[in-house]
Every structure is written in structure tokens, then in C-alpha cells.
Design a protein around this ligand. Structure first.
Ligand SMILES: O=C(O)CNC(=O)[C@H](CS)NC(=O)CCC(=O)C(=O)O
Length: 278
């Protein structure tokens, strides 16, 4: 059994301030005994427009933000999951929305580029066209071994596409992480339901670290960062404040195995009737 943490805050376009908030959250999680902390999507910054996004984005190697987090992960001997922007080599006018795993030596051991982009236009808001500034990734990664268990990487809007979670689970995921910056309207209607549904149907632990509060005059996020267990129980939740906060829970893979043994839904699939997800 090990302790895990999700961290929540309100990023702005002030990258170095966001960096120090994240470093502080990592230290707080380590002090609480966490082996790994999950931070939100776009923890490096939430910008006001595409131009600002492009001006603040670098490669992962050149990211002051990421280097700072790697240093703290190493110092605190803790693993980190974090979402940030990454420049693309192919199309200079676009970025990737990337989810990075840092190990307790401070090394980047995995990077997943978000494959489903949030292009929506909902009456009375939100209207967000992520693909205006973002290039979608083109691969699903094999789950990575972490001190908590095998972790499948996703990001935010990906949680609406259960095929991805099921495919990751088929490849061995025991945990799923969804760094997020959900909108208020969609968050109120869908956030917890989607996360609990993914946890229940895949019988995995779900880590959903999210942005909260008003980032700028155009953008506000829903918060409600949480850890859900493989039975669908919300184990822990960050508070409603925009002050940076942490929620922790104990991860028990024996409990996960028990749930999978008692109700082996992955083995009950009727792939003779409907298509198999591999
Ligand atoms: O904009 C950035 O810099 C970082 N990217 C995001 O915040 C993304 C794209 S706008 N947000 C979401 O996917 C929200 C999904 C959501 O709210 C839902 O599925 O309902």
C-alpha cells in the first residue's frame, strides 16, 4: 500500500509563479508521505490566447517549468505526473498538450500527447477550439510502472472516450491519470460521473488533478480534483478554494485485485458480438 496525492491550483500566464506553486505542492505531498503526486493539465500556464500560448511554449528539454519540477521530484524523492505545453517540430504555429511522468530521480520516463482535442461550441458557453493552437498526439502509450502500480496516461477530454481507458486497461493499467482543466459548465454536469464511470468499468484507480478558479478574463476551471478507487468510491477530494491544495489517499492493489476477481468484467466481454478493444 502506498500514499498518492492530487494537487490543485489556478495557473495563470505567469509561468515561474506556476512553477513555484507546483514545486510547493510536490514538497507538501512528499511531506504527507506520498510516493507520487498528480498535477493538473497545463500546469505551466493557462494563456489568454494562441499568441501567448506560442510565446510561452518550449520543448520539454528547454522548459524551465519542467526542469524545476524535475529538481523538486529528485530532492523530495517523489514521482510526479504533470500536464504542460510542448512545442512541435513539424508545425511551429501549434503546440502539443503533453502529459509527462517524472520519476523520483527527476528523470522524464514517459510523455503522452493528448489525442482527443476539445473542440466544442456549447450554447451559452463554453466555446473552445483546442485544435486552433494544438496538434493532436498520434499514439497511445503502454502503461508505465510507478511505485503505485501500472499507470495509463490520458489527459482531460480523453476521459470521455472510454475506448482509450479500456485499451489501456487491457495493456495492464491499474491506475489512470487525467490531468485536467475542465470547464465549469461541463464539469458540473459530467466531471465526477465520467471519472467514476471510468474507474468502475476499468476497475482502476483514477487520479484527476484539475485546475480551479479564474485564470484570466476568458477562462475559469471547475476544480474538484479527486482520487477514485476501482469500486468507484471517491476516496479524497481537494477543497473548493483557489488556494493551492492537495488531497491524498492510500492505493491498495490487493483491493483492486479483489474487485477484479469478484467481478471479472474484462473477461465477461462478448467480443463475438461487438468489436474488441485492444
Ligand atoms: O488550454 C490549455 O492551455 C490547456 N488545455 C485545456 O485546458 C483543454 C483544452 S481547451 N481543456 C479541456 O480539454 C477541457 C475538457 C472539458 O472541459 C470537457 O471535456 O468537458
Amino acid at each position: 500500500m502506498s500514499v498518492a496525492a492530487v494537487g490543485q491550483f489556478c495557473a495563470t500566464s505567469a509561468v515561474s509563479l506556476n512553477k513555484s506553486i507546483c514545486r510547493d505542492l510536490i514538497s507538501r505531498a512528499a511531506n504527507l508521505g506520498a510516493k507520487m503526486i498528480f498535477l493538473p493539465e497545463a500546469s505551466d500556464f493557462i494563456s489568454i490566447n494562441k499568441q501567448e500560448t506560442l510565446s510561452l511554449t518550449t520543448t520539454l528539454e528547454n522548459s524551465e517549468f519542467l526542469l524545476g519540477l524535475q529538481e523538486t521530484a529528485k530532492k523530495e524523492n517523489v514521482w510526479v505526473s504533470v500536464g504542460l505545453h510542448e512545442s512541435t517540430s513539424s508545425i511551429p504555429s501549434k503546440v502539443y498538450n503533453t502529459h509527462v511522468i517524472i520519476n523520483s530521480q527527476g528523470n522524464i520516463i514517459s510523455k503522452y500527447r493528448k489525442i482527443h482535442l476539445f473542440n466544442v461550441d456549447i450554447e451559452n458557453g463554453p466555446r473552445l477550439m483546442e485544435s486552433d493552437s494544438t496538434l493532436p498526439g498520434d499514439e497511445m502509450l503502454d502503461p508505465v510502472q510507478t511505485p503505485l502500480g501500472k499507470l495509463g496516461l490520458e489527459t482531460c477530454y480523453d476521459m470521455r472516450f472510454s475506448e482509450l481507458s479500456i485499451a489501456l486497461t487491457r495493456r495492464g493499467a491499474e491506475l489512470l491519470a487525467f490531468p485536467s482543466a475542465f470547464t465549469i459548465k461541463t464539469g458540473m454536469a459530467h466531471w465526477e460521473i465520467l471519472l467514476r464511470a471510468r474507474a468502475i468499468e476499468t476497475q482502476t484507480y483514477v487520479f484527476a488533478a484539475a485546475q480551479i478558479g479564474q485564470h484570466n478574463e476568458k477562462r475559469t476551471s471547475y476544480g474538484n480534483s479527486m482520487i477514485v478507487d476501482p469500486w468507484g468510491t471517491v476516496l479524497s477530494k481537494c477543497n473548493d478554494s483557489t488556494i493551492p491544495s492537495i488531497a491524498i489517499a492510500t492505493i491498495d492493489l490487493d483491493y483492486l485485485k479483489k474487485i477484479r476477481a469478484e467481478m471479472p468484467v474484462m473477461n465477461h466481454r462478448r467480443n463475438d458480438i461487438y468489436p474488441k478493444i485492444d
